[in-house]
Write a protein that binds this ligand. Structure first.
Ligand code: ASP
Length: 321
């Protein structure tokens, strides 16, 4: 199969065979991350710009490590260190960066759809590294790779997504991906954190975590995303931990080979107790390790696509003769 997309903006638009292809390509990149010299020349001479207008630890580091292991040159701007603080618009910033001829933009933004708007205005590949509450495609791909590594397949599995689904781009991307790959998804959380559209996305809904736990092959736990919450959605963190937090007592009802996943950052003692986060079922750090291989695969696949260069200016045309 040839991957023909210019950009990776979301999982919603990918076909199951494309997801499978990215996962297979990621699996083949894993080995490089275990070598003593972790570098291959695949993207030598390519320029990757990370544009992160929201905080990030794992995603930004992981994309940067992935690009550098493929020998790309990488640069990074964040809100506080960019001209946005001087009043420049996001689009103007991108147009100026575009004029420096990058090959890839990796974009995180608090507005849903921001990377999509940029993708249609640049010949560079655009990778969505998280847009508002909308999608986080590389996270869902690394989650699916981690499940596939441990279970051997995705189809037929029951994956329960627990917690703040309403504000979670991780949940949305995983729901699109997992259902396309034949898994059954259950969404579980307090009614205020379960969006109405969930059932139309092929997800069954429950508000009782103790009933969901024994059915799940995978428990994907989410952080309460206070930064996107309006007031009054939860009585208190203590109440939330009591009714929805995963702890040792609740885990007694789980399948013996269940996987506990979390995209990070974890709020220890709220959605996950420390014993569960660090316990035998947890594959949370495997997710992080797989993140590098998945992002190498994404950068590699988008790097192979022939780009339509914008028409040359007269000066450029003269210089090229
Ligand atoms: N790191 C993930 C994201 O950026 C999940 C989270 O922040 O809770 O969406």
């Amino acid at each position: 199969m040839h991957f023909k997309r210019k950009d990776l903006l979301g999982i919603q638009e990918l076909r199951a065979e494309e997801i499978e292809f990215i996962l297979d390509t990621s699996a083949s990149f894993k080995e490089i991350n275990h070598r003593s010299i972790k570098k291959v020349p695949t993207l030598r001479g390519k320029t990757v710009i990370h544009v992160f207008y929201e905080p990030s630890t794992r995603t930004r580091m992981s994309f940067d490590i992935a690009a550098k292991r493929l020998s790309a040159d990488t640069y990074s701007i964040t809100t506080s260190a960019s001209s946005m603080v001087k009043g420049e618009t996001f689009l103007d910033t991108i147009k100026n960066l575009e004029a420096m001829k990058p090959d890839v933009f990796v974009i995180r933004h608090s507005a849903s759809g921001a990377p999509h708007r940029i993708a249609s205005r640049t010949s560079a590949a655009v990778i969505n590294a998280g847009d508002g509450m909308h999608e986080h495609p590389s996270q869902a791909l690394l989650d699916m790779l981690t499940i596939r590594d441990h279970k051997g397949h995705l189809d037929g599995l029951t994956v329960a997504i627990l917690g703040d689904i309403a504000h979670s781009r991780v949940a949305r991307s995983n729901i699109w991906g997992l259902t396309k790959m034949g898994a059954r998804v259950i969404g579980c959380g307090p009614p205020t954190l379960i969006p109405a559209e969930l059932e139309t996305m092929g997800v069954s809904v429950s508000h009782r975590v103790d009933e969901v736990i024994p059915k799940a092959d995978v428990l994907m736990v989410l952080r309460l995303q206070h930064e996107r919450m309006s007031q009054g959605l939860l009585p208190s963190l203590r109440e939330y931990a009591k009714w929805f937090g995963l702890n040792d007592r609740r885990m007694r009802k789980a399948k013996k080979d269940v996987l506990i996943m979390h995209p990070g950052p974890i709020n220890r003692g709220v959605e996950l107790s420390p014993e569960v986060a660090d316990g035998p079922y947890s594959v949370i750090l495997d997710q992080v390790t797989n993140g590098v291989a998945v992002r190498m695969a994404i950068l590699y696949l988008l790097g192979q696509v022939e780009r339509q260069e914008p028409a040359m200016s007269v000066t450029e045309a003269r210089l090229s003769v």
